[in-house]
Design a protein. Structure first.
Lengths: 474, 95
């Protein structure tokens, strides 16, 4: 029996209860058994065994030596293709390694494969992938559920125990929401804590890498390995990365927790409100001060996000032109026709929808009315949090307005789909760190999640709060 | 309706994305509903509010302005759909 904890697995490896090879062979077996869930875009047994062989020759001490991790297929990896779940990058083999994955490799992690996601991370159900849906491992046999998105493959890989941890990226909730849907821990650190270098860009002022794990302790271990300053990303923060794991402390008595009244939204299912109240009561019992706070511009976060993110995406995705890498259409009688056919055929519907809307809001005559306006409202949203954090240390909310929903349920109505991110987007716009931990169940026995937000670069306190809540959760 | 057939064609052209006639109906519907929905931002008074474009609280770092000689053209061309004598190749532009 292999532990689901990175910490315990490292101990087993050290005590030679299990070898790196045996451990990873066990995970290879699990991945093969669950291939029906379509969690991986790229999985090759031999590549995992090759990494094991390399590590066996290495006598140095590494903090993640031999630990099997899954990598969202948005991170460029030298050893495996990188598709961003798009036809336009179907055959792309990066010649370089992303900052985050290089750091994990340097620490001795083993990559078991590249996980499925919404195309270019645009979606909330992992249903816009060119490589098909991922199925939430918690689904009952007759109703396949969505794993959430965009990092749905990574969340599902951890939930199905096909790895001990996984990387994700979060632009408006793409780590926290799938973590909630799959019943695992997912942390999005402060904007700038993990370098974006080598991650296919979606919305650069919002994109941030983070991790999925089975528990909060492991999240602290993996976050420490992924974070750090990188001069190749101009928004990378030059801050000292604390030893999150060593400093973990579940005693948060005396801290003040803010409860924003604007997060009580009409139409939120009773069970979601219930677990929120339960979490607040539990924290109160632990000696935390509860303070009602107000984030008055919360309701404007989603429309702000859905101007800014597509605008930045339309600019970032201009690089996919069929010239430098990726797919090129066969119908190319002229240069312009090549661009238009390549992009028309290479991108999926949601990506095209966002490029079109982004192009519109940036186009002459509309820039001030949409993009500039959204940036100003974004400032007000960020100010709300600055004010709130003068009165509290952490903010606690639900992660998502529902548990996992059936596949294909909300695909046809973009706005309904966007509402999934209602609790996660505001913190993204403000660049704040946030974690989702599994907390309680809905009436169908599906996991729900609690989100804990902290001040910029206060990941330690976010992790401590999460640990405290996790340990009270049976 | 903010977006009609002409507008969608214009945006598609600006984006260099070919959209089929049958698709464009869907995009017109979707984009209009999204634009109607974001309209609510006009309720917010943003006079005298500075736009927020960079949320990193740290100051952008400077580096020494020194040139570096890197010859990586083979690497750069490795994923090119078409290449010729060390260059990216594209369809003929001038007749």
């Amino acid at each position: 029996m292999i532990s689901k904890s990175i910490k315990k697995t490292l101990q087993s490896l050290e005590q030679k209860d299990i070898s790196i090879r045996e451990l990873n062979q066990e995970y290879i077996k699990k991945i093969k058994e669950k291939s029906n869930l379509n969690i991986f875009i790229h999985f090759e047994e031999q590549k995992i065994l090759d990494q094991v062989t390399e590590l066996e020759k290495d006598n140095s001490n590494k903090r993640l030596k031999g630990i099997p991790l899954a990598i969202k297929d948005l991170f460029c990896t030298k050893n495996m293709p990188t598709t961003a779940a798009s036809k336009i990058l179907e055959n792309f083999n990066p010649t370089y390694e992303s900052f985050v994955t290089q750091k994990l490799l340097d620490d001795g992690a083993i990559f078991v494969g590249k996980t499925n996601l919404d195309e270019f991370a645009m979606g909330s159900a992992t249903d816009t992938s060119y490589f098909g849906n991922t199925i939430n491992p918690l689904s009952a046999d007759d109703t396949p559920l969505a794993p959430g998105g965009s990092s749905g493959g990574s969340a599902a890989a951890v939930a199905a125990n096909l790895c001990l941890g996984a990387t994700g990226t979060d632009t408006g909730g793409s780590i926290r929401q799938p973590a909630s849907f799959c019943g695992v821990v997912g942390i999005k650190p402060t904007y700038g804590l993990c370098s974006r270098w080598g991650i296919a860009a979606f919305a650069s002022s919002l994109d941030q890498a983070g991790v999925f794990t089975h528990n909060v302790e492991d999240a602290s271990i993996l976050l420490e390995s992924s974070a750090g300053f990188d001069k190749r990303d101009s928004t990378s923060a030059n801050v000292k990365i604390p030893n999150y794991f060593e400093n973990l402390n579940d005693d948060i008595s005396g801290k003040t927790i803010g409860i924003p009244k604007e997060y009580s939204i009409d139409g939120t299912p009773e069970e979601v409100s219930q677990i929120w109240e339960d979490a607040i009561k539990v924290l109160e019992k632990k000696g935390v001060k509860i303070k009602n706070i107000s984030l008055p511009h919360t309701k404007y976060a989603l429309p702000t996000y859905y101007i800014i993110a597509p605008a930045e995406a339309s600019s970032n995705l201009a690089r996919y032109d069929g010239v430098k890498y990726g797919y090129r259409s066969k119908e190319i009688n002229s240069l312009d026709e090549m661009y238009e056919n390549t992009r028309g055929q290479g991108f999926g519907k949601e990506v095209k929808r966002r490029i079109l809307i982004g192009t519109y809001v940036l186009s002459a005559g509309y820039y001030d009315a949409y993009y500039l306006k959204a940036q100003k409202v974004r400032k007000l949203i960020a100010n709300d949090f600055n004010e709130a954090f003068k009165e509290c240390d952490l903010i606690v909310t639900p992660t998502a307005p529902s548990a996992a929903f059936p596949l294909h349920q909300e695909q046809d109505d973009p706005i309904k789909m966007y509402l999934n991110d209602v609790f996660t987007v505001p913190a993204s716009l403000a660049g704040l760190p946030g974690i989702s931990i599994p907390y309680g169940k809905d009436k169908n026995n599906l996991p729900l999640g609690i989100q804990i937000l902290g001040k910029h670069f206060d990941e330690q306190q976010v992790l401590n709060g999460a640990l405290s809540l996790e340990r009270s959760n049976g | 309706m903010k977006i009609d057939k002409n507008t969608i064609n214009k945006i598609a052209r600006l984006s260099r994305i070919k959209i089929e006639d049958k698709e464009s109906e869907d995009y017109i519907k979707d984009l209009n509903s999204i634009l109607d929905w974001v309209e609510q931002l006009n309720e917010v008074n943003t006079d005298k509010v500075e736009p927020l474009s960079n949320i990193s609280s740290s100051i952008l770092p400077k580096r020494e302005d020194v040139s570096k000689d890197v010859n990586s053209s083979d690497e750069i061309l490795e994923n090119a759909p078409d290449k010729l004598e060390g260059f990216f190749a594209v369809p003929k532009v001038v007749e």
